[in-house]
Design a binder for this molecule. Structure first.
Ligand code: GCU
Length: 447
């Protein structure tokens, strides 16, 4: 039922009831209740579909079909025209723009400990200032590097709850913003209690012992993850310096921009092999890693962990979360125009396999979790599958299989995929696969 039909049915009800003047007031109240309740269910959209047989049929746009209707057949055509064209479609319809590096950006190493993790690693804390002077907006970067006699490759990713939550180490500078249970932000409460609370998502010993470093920052340093977060974040504080209107980008864009600034720092650190940075993100930060990796080709490998709708999962496959769900619960993640596709993913000129294809020819890992049906594991697999033709232009093999693999059985060459048992999370199992993938791809940056 459309809203117009709903309203006219209500009006019909009212005209009937108003024959009796006594009923006028109650008729009006019923009208308001019906319209309002219809309005709110309309805002939420149809119930979530978890039934494979109920997915409406869909056709994916072809990443290799150029706007003039011709097929792209060479790397040259892809890189010169088609890739920029697809990137622009995502910019204009989904995530918004990403501005460049700010003038005056500088780094201050605020702490170095050369013997952490049983003497096996070096920890550095760095403030990345997004402009001249110490009053410029900034982000706190936490870095763990294995002791090595040559520069090391680093996994770079944003964290959800603050640097101090990734390891129970009192020397780690606490996050500037802590999200309390009541939804308020507080920079004083709960810090000690939350130290190390997300350590299972950052298995430092394992990563360091395999010879890789970790670079992470709290995503709230860029923009608090709230519908009004833009008021405090860089979309407001850096508006003039970056010459970009707040609405021209999105929270995911702001977080992605921060990942590029982390890479800027890594390039300045002699202990780091910044040509081999591996970008990693979980969930909303997986969506962010994909968007950052699409825009910034300095990232040599991109990993999407359970990124779901608006990340790796196909939008046209109506299963689990939908575009409407995303835009209703998280109106700040994407640009305003994305809302016009709430009930019409088929109208989008792109689908998410095209975002994955923008990572080519760099190695890409897409990971799902069996109990994370909201993120549509099969939609993530099919999206990776449909990015293969772009990798094929580079004569690179993608997933190498046509059907979803069994749980805990990674598949693929330059595009790798796994679905692990368990719920929506980043686990040691996931990290072990990512480390193996990185080891098997001795990639160097193409820039
Ligand atoms: C919600 C949201 C997802 C998102 C996830 C997360 O579940 O609907 O799109 O990926 O949060 O970031 O944890």
């Amino acid at each position: 039922m459309t809203p117009c039909i709903a309203v006219s049915l209500c009006l019909r009800g009212i005209s009937h009831l108003t024959h009796n003047i006594v009923n006028m007031k109650s008729a009006f109240i019923s009208f308001v209740i019906i319209v309002c309740s219809y309005g709110s269910s309309f805002a939420q959209g149809p119930p979530t579909n978890y039934d494979e047989s109920a997915i409406p049929s869909y056709t994916l746009p072809d990443p290799l079909l150029s706007p003039n209707g011709k097929a792209v057949t060479t790397v040259k055509e892809w890189e010169r025209k088609q890739r920029p064209y697809i990137l622009k479609l995502f910019t204009e319809n989904v995530y918004g723009k990403i501005p460049g590096k700010p003038a005056g950006m500088h780094f201050k190493i605020t702490e170095t400990d050369t013997a952490v993790l049983n003497g096996r690693a070096v920890r550095k804390q760095v403030t990345i200032y997004f402009g001249e002077g110490d009053a410029a907006p900034s982000m706190d970067l936490l870095l763990y590097l294995p002791k090595a006699n040559k520069p090391v490759a680093v996994f770079a990713g944003l964290n959800f709850n603050g640097n101090h939550t990734i390891a129970a180490d009192k020397a780690i500078k606490p996050a500037k913003y802590i999200k309390r249970k009541d939804g308020q932000l507080s920079d004083s409460e709960a810090i000690e209690a939350s130290r190390g609370s997300t350590a299972s998502r950052w298995p430092l010993e394992e990563i360091i012992s395999r010879g890789y470093g970790v670079a992470t920052a709290h995503y709230y340093d860029l923009e608090p993850d709230d519908k009004d977060g833009w008021k405090q974040g860089i979309r407001t504080t850096m508006k003039d310096a970056l010459h970009i209107a707040t609405g021209a980008w999105s929270a995911i864009g702001a977080w992605s921009w921060g990942l590029s600034r982390i890479q800027d720092y890594l390039e300045s650190d002699a202990a780091v092999d910044a040509g081999r940075t591996i970008l990693i993100g979980h969930s909303r930060l997986g969506k962010t890693a994909l968007w950052a990796g699409a825009n910034d080709q300095r990232f040599s490998i991109v990993i999407s962990n359970n990124s779901g709708e608006g990340g790796a999962a196909l939008s046209r496959r109506i299963f689990g979360e939908t575009i409407r769900n995303l835009n209703t619960s998280f109106p700040h993640w994407f640009i305003a125009r994305y809302k016009s596709y709430n009930d019409h993913p088929e109208m989008l000129p792109v689908d998410q396999h095209m975002l994955l294809s923008l990572i080519a020819p760099r190695p890409l890992y897409v990971a799902s979790a069996e109990e994370d049906q909201w993120a549509d594991p099969k939609g993530e697999f099919l999206s990776a599958k449909n990015a293969e033709p772009v990798y094929a232009l580079y004569k690179l093999q993608g997933l190498t299989v046509n059907e979803m693999p069994a749980v805990n059985t990674p598949v693929g060459e330059t595009i790798r995929y796994h679905i692990r048992t368990g719920k929506h999370d980043v686990t040691l199992y996931d990290w072990q696969q990512y480390i193996e993938f990185a080891e098997s791809k001795k990639v160097v940056s193409d820039k």
